[in-house]
Design a binder for this molecule. Structure first.
Ligand code: HEM
Length: 412
């Protein structure tokens, strides 16, 4: 018997609690998990059940929230809803508004720009021979890319990304004031962007939203803020955490790192490596749903109104689906991981973009930073929602920047 506490931030202090997940999958796959306030939720840990919940929004609603906490007082009639917390058919209409910007083709069109950004990010550190892999390398890419997509300056993307860190961190780690301040800053910035984009719309996602309509009603400032928050938030530290925790995993497995290095040198696709790192790391720990009717899951009765929480990191180590699930295998062929969700309507909108960002950054980091090695242990994010290192000091052999860097710097 393993002592189970998937709610406490402390359980994630040294990585995801895979011993707890393994025990739950074998012994209690839909576990009645107590909460400190006396309440409870159902912790779902098997791959098949995680997928079943994600694909049934009628029975497992994203309203009123996808966080374990809260939602009790939300008004169902509120017309300002974040897409992540909307159900079909409203969700379908919302998603249609932006999905054109995130198709495989749209993501591929950004590939050259993303490759340039990766080069520039590595150039910023390469002469020093040391840096923090999380803040200096992994964190830069997603904040720059989402800034580009939204049509805001790269530097602002970086600042907003720091606010999302505070928003995601547990309140006991950063304090309520810091979280509220981050929220206010994001709101003020979104308000300014809304006004600016309406006054002079450009060819970018923020303009599309600021001047857009949903159900015949113009998108107002509050709607825009919720879109903005979702995009900056969802696209930011997920990708950073994947690269940070993925590199840490590779440092523990020198043979896998060497394999990745030779693939980069040969210019081969890193596709299966990216998928395996997604499975291995699972940067989003959970999503919550709320049962809309009495039902059952894997034989466990669930009542209408119960909270149902799916654990992606657990599903991604389920031996019923993955051969040798506790082995990091960058050549794994079949890899139906659920790091981007269980395949339902909320399946990660940015999945194509994220894959391109991750591949570009890994190629630059592994390909150009010779002798890359950790200079200490990572500290992990104080969160039970998103998983990844807060910092990871590394060293490498100093080298010269690319000559093209000056041209890139001038562009943005
Ligand atoms: C490694 C990187 C990423 C991971 C692991 C990840 C993971 C996820 C997960 C688990 C969900 C919820 C799925 C569900 O409920 O079924 C989600 C939704 C979402 N993601 Fe990502 N994500 C990543 C990167 C991105 C990026 C780069 C963007 C945008 C630029 C993005 C935008 C979104 C949005 C907008 C949603 C909400 C979709 C909806 O409600 O329909 N994500 N993501």
């Amino acid at each position: 018997m393993v002592s189970v506490d998937l709610y406490s931030v402390a359980s994630y202090a040294g990585g995801q609690p895979h011993d707890q997940f393994a025990w739950l999958r074998s012994n209690d796959p839909v576990h009645r998990h107590p909460l400190p306030d006396g309440g409870f939720y159902w912790a779902v840990t098997r791959h098949a059940d995680v997928v079943a919940v994600g694909r049934d929004p009628e029975l497992f609603s994203s309203r009123p929230t996808i966080m374990i906490e809260g939602g009790e007082s939300a008004s169902p009639g509120d017309d300002h809803v974040m897409m992540l917390m909307a159900d079909p058919p409203l969700h379908t209409r919302m998603r249609r508004l932006v999905s054109g910007q995130f198709t495989p083709r749209a993501a591929r069109a950004l590939r050259p720009r993303i490759a340039e950004l990766a080069t520039r990010i590595v150039d910023e550190v390469i002469e020093a021979g040391r840096c923090d892999l999380v803040s200096d390398l992994a964190g830069e890419m997603p904040s720059f890319v989402i800034a580009d997509v939204l049509g805001i300056p790269l530097e602002d993307g970086r600042a907003l990304y720091h606010h999302t860190e505070a928003l995601h961190a547990a309140v006991e780690a950063v304090g309520l004031e810091a979280k509220q301040a981050a929220f206010q800053e994001m709101m003020a910035y979104a308000g300014r962007t809304y006004a600016a984009k309406r006054a002079a719309p450009g060819d970018d996602l923020a303009s599309l939203l600021a001047t857009g309509e949903l159900d015949g009603r113009p998108i107002d400032e509050m709607d825009f803020f919720l879109w903005f928050l979702l995009l900056v938030d969802a696209g930011g530290d997920t990708t950073r955490n994947l690269v940070g925790a993925g590199m840490w995993a590779l440092f523990q497995e020198p043979a896998a790192l060497a394999d990745l290095r030779s693939r980069v040198a040969a210019g081969s696709s890193l596709g299966s490596a990216v998928e395996e790192l997604l499975r291995w790391v699972s940067p989003v720990i959970y999503m919550r749903r709320t049962a809309t009717a009495d039902t059952e899951l894997a034989g466990q009765p669930i009542a209408a109104g119960d909270r149902v929480v799916v654990y992606y990191g657990s599903a991604n180590r389920d031996a019923a689906v993955f051969d040798q699930p506790d082995r990091l295998d960058l050549t794994r062929a079949a890899n139906p991981h659920v790091a981007f969700g269980g395949g339902g309507p909320h399946f990660c909108l940015g999945a194509h973009l994220a894959r391109i960002e991750i591949e570009a950054l890994l190629a630059e980091v592994v390909g150009r930073l010779d002798g890359l090695a950790p200079a200490g242990d990572p500290t992990w994010m104080p969160s039970n929602f998103v998983f990844g290192p807060a910092s990871l000091p590394v060293t490498f052999t100093p080298a010269a920047r690319t000559p093209a860097d000056s041209a890139l710097g001038a562009r943005s």
